[in-house]
Design a protein around this ligand. Structure first.
Ligand SMILES: *Cc1c(COP(=O)(O)O)cnc(C)c1O
Length: 461
């Protein structure tokens, strides 16, 4: 009977979502508000307007509208690379000998090679609407910078990307793609900003960090006329934009009357997972389903599984508003041998709240286990997955293997967020046996926790 379901299901353009789904509207308990770090009070829109585009600030603070219309211009942009395929992994199922059905939503079919373009297209669109002439951002591995470079090129907005210096040296090809889209890529720390110069004065040979690149990008945004800062994950408005992933998946599966038993996503800052699960989690919160939701993270950066649920800064330089989230501490830096992505110290406040309230589970895997799963996947499904996506894949394989033992016919849906063609050095290390696992000790984690600010007791309920 299963074989009546095609390998690839594309919904038609007319079935594509016309609204983003704002999961917070259906959360009876909202996550605690951002706190202004200087004045220790909840942030209001005016605090955020100098940094972010107005419409994005409104979306960030919107907890009531369940459906938010996707403007026509953005729907047109999405048509370039959406709808993305929903794929039934028959070949992988066969290799596992499992009675489970495995589906994945593949977001790698665009030049950024990931889901990040869903939010980049949106953020650049609003910037254009509001007369913003340039944007500034940071990028680590480079997917976000690449997605935003394409979006800014499309809307004719100047873009400066502060790229963590070690990454720009290790991944020169990403830099070339961004430059091909006319973005200015500056290895960070750089002498072009006050914060960059300070860090360089302390250590001229530093390889940089995401925290430092964020500080440079924010400084650039607030000191340049008509410039704003944009972020590619973590924030509520980014999860909102990514809801198109879950809405498309649900439209496709509903056609066959299928509701997944398990939905799995990798979790860096939480945007792809938040987007994939959004409509289904909304149903669960309304008592309409009993789906198991699983976040998967690397053992070397275990925000959910070993982090603390507390207020922390979003960046190492301690410049952002304070967010209540699962965090390893803004000073946490994952081991240098970690090649698997998902390196952010914190986590989406929405997902943090759901995890804390028991609606979301989390697992952590070692990077060698994750690359083993990728090897099985390239043989059976013909897609070279991004190391990030492979975390979700590994969990799907583990659950399908359990079904092989128990005979259970679970339906599993996971997010295949992108392709790994710029991560081939990590594949090479796995091929020649030099990829290793480095799991932080409790003492190492404590050093990160020590960087978490101490707030008055009223913020720690
Ligand atoms: C950025 C990225 C992730 C992780 O980010 P989230 O915000 O947690 O989704 C996962 N996969 C790919 C391919 C990415 O580029």
């Amino acid at each position: 009977m299963d074989k009546t379901i095609p390998v690839k299901t594309y919904i038609s353009e007319t079935e594509a979502p016309q609204y983003w789904y704002n999961l917070r509207a259906d959360m009876k308990e909202k996550h605690p508000p951002f706190i202004h770090p200087g004045e220790l009070r909840p942030c209001v829109a005016e605090d955020l307007y100098p940094i972010f585009c107005k419409e994005l600030v409104k979306q960030e603070l919107n907890q009531t509208d369940q459906l938010i219309p996707i403007p026509d211009g953005i729907q047109q942009f999405y048509k370039m690379f959406r709808p993305s395929p929903l794929i039934r992994a028959y070949s992988l199922e066969k290799a596992l000998g499992t009675p489970a059905a495995i589906y994945y939503k593949f977001e790698g079919n665009n030049t950024s090679g990931s889901h990040k373009l869903n939010s980049a297209a949106t953020q650049a669109y609003y910037a254009k609407q509001e007369g913003i002439t340039s944007l500034a951002t940071e990028t680590g591995a480079g997917q976000w910078g690449t997605a935003l470079a394409m979006a800014c090129d499309y809307y004719d907005i100047d873009l400066t990307v502060y790229m963590v210096k070690v990454s720009s040296e290790q991944k020169p090809y990403r830099k070339i793609v961004m430059e091909t889209y006319a973005a200015k890529v500056i290895p960070s720390p750089s002498p072009t900003t006050e914060s960059g110069r300070k860090i360089l004065a302390l250590d001229p040979n530093t390889g940089g960090s995401l925290g430092c690149a964020i500080s440079e990008a924010i400084e650039k945004a607030v000191t340049t006329e008509n410039c704003r800062y944009v972020l590619g994950s973590v924030l509520d408005h980014v999860l909102l934009h990514q809801s198109v992933v879950g809405l498309e998946a649900k439209t496709a599966l509903d056609k066959y009357g299928i509701t997944p038993d398990v939905i799995i996503g990798c979790a860096g800052g939480g945007s792809n997972l938040g987007g994939l699960i959004a409509p289904y989690m909304g149903g669960r919160l309304q008592g309409k389903n009993n789906i198991q939701f699983i976040a998967v993270e690397p053992q070397s950066c275990p925000s959910f599984t070993r982090g603390k649920y507390t207020y922390d800064f979003g960046d190492t330089a301690k410049t952002t508003p304070l967010m209540k989230m699962y965090t390893l501490g803004n000073g946490f830096i994952p081991s240098a041998n970690h090649a698997g992505g998902l390196r952010y110290h914190g986590m989406s406040p929405i997902l943090s709240k759901l995890y804390n309230d028991g609606y979301l589970e989390a697992r952590a895997y070692s990077q060698t286990d994750v690359f083993d799963a990728a090897k099985l996947f390239i043989k059976t499904e013909g897609i070279l997955p991004a190391p990030e996506s492979t975390h979700a894949l590994k969990a799907a394989i583990d659950i399908a293997r359990e079904c092989t033992k128990t005979g259970e016919k679970k339906t599993i849906l996971f997010g295949l967020t992108g392709t790994g063609y710029f991560d081939l050095m990590a594949y090479a290390q796995h091929n020649n046996g030099t990829l290793s696992d480095k799991v932080p000790t409790d003492e190492e984690l404590q050093a990160g926790f020590d960087s978490i600010p101490n707030l008055p007791a009223k913020f720690s309920d």
